[in-house]
Write a protein that binds this ligand. Sequence first.
Ligand SMILES: NC(=O)c1ccc[n+]([C@@H]2O[C@H](COP(=O)([O-])OP(=O)(O)OC[C@H]3O[C@@H](n4cnc5c(N)ncnc54)[C@H](OP(=O)(O)O)[C@@H]3O)[C@@H](O)[C@H]2O)c1
Length: 227
Amino acid sequence: MVVNARREDRLQSLCADIGADQSAHVVGDAADSAVVHAMLDAARERFDREADLVVVNAGRGLAGSVTTSDPTEWEEMIRTNLLGAATLMRAAAARMLAAGPDPANGDAWLRSPRDIVVLGSNVGRHISPFSSMYGGTKFAVNSLAEAMRREIGPKGVRVSLIEPGVVKSEFQQVAGYDPQGFGEFMDSIGPVLDPEDIARLIGFIVSQPAHVHVNDAVIRAVRQEYP
Ligand SMILES: NC(=O)c1ccc[n+]([C@@H]2O[C@H](COP(=O)([O-])OP(=O)(O)OC[C@H]3O[C@@H](n4cnc5c(N)ncnc54)[C@H](OP(=O)(O)O)[C@@H]3O)[C@@H](O)[C@H]2O)c1
């Protein structure tokens, strides 16, 4: 597994958990095309073949709507959530298609599942006026993932969109949610999801037989009725 983030200490500790012989890390901004290609190169070098599973995960939230969110954060969020996601999706798709096998040439593709899994959001499917700038980036990701599924699904590559509700992570702090108000909201719908719940869903999607595609998955805490 090749992991990317901007904080190297986190990556080092994650790779130590995974095992040095099974992992590599690339430090840097996921919206930087050079970083994206360095990740895919690292996978090829470490495992001697192109990546067959790419998770498009880097992203950040932003508290507020068009009228209430901090506009100085807009550009960075759009760059990470939308341009970064599109850059990685494009690079991963190009390499997976080039590495084949092509369904036009027989059944070999059924023995080589290839997956691009994209983290959207519940607010990229259901409009939340309280998180509408962030939601806008995830609506965009939603449409890119479905468009890419239509484009390269017929060529044997699965593009899947996961749209989580509230997951307890660093997300809430980075987004700038009011700790007390959002904490009370989380208590009222909890227990909320953990990152492990999302990882388990990704595992389910990519472990299906190669001809089966669970391409769109909304996952929420049972008691989260909205959005
Ligand atoms: N938590 C939720 O409630 C929730 C709900 C729906 C969807 N999502 C989506 O799920 C994904 C993961 O979120 P999370 O909950 O795990 O948030 P998180 O705890 O804040 O983690 C975000 C991760 O992405 C990395 N990252 C952020 N910006 C980056 C950049 N520009 N370049 C490289 N790495 C970057 C961060 O590492 P560094 O800071 O070290 O770079 C961190 O590892 C995001 O796309 C988010 O929008 C989250």
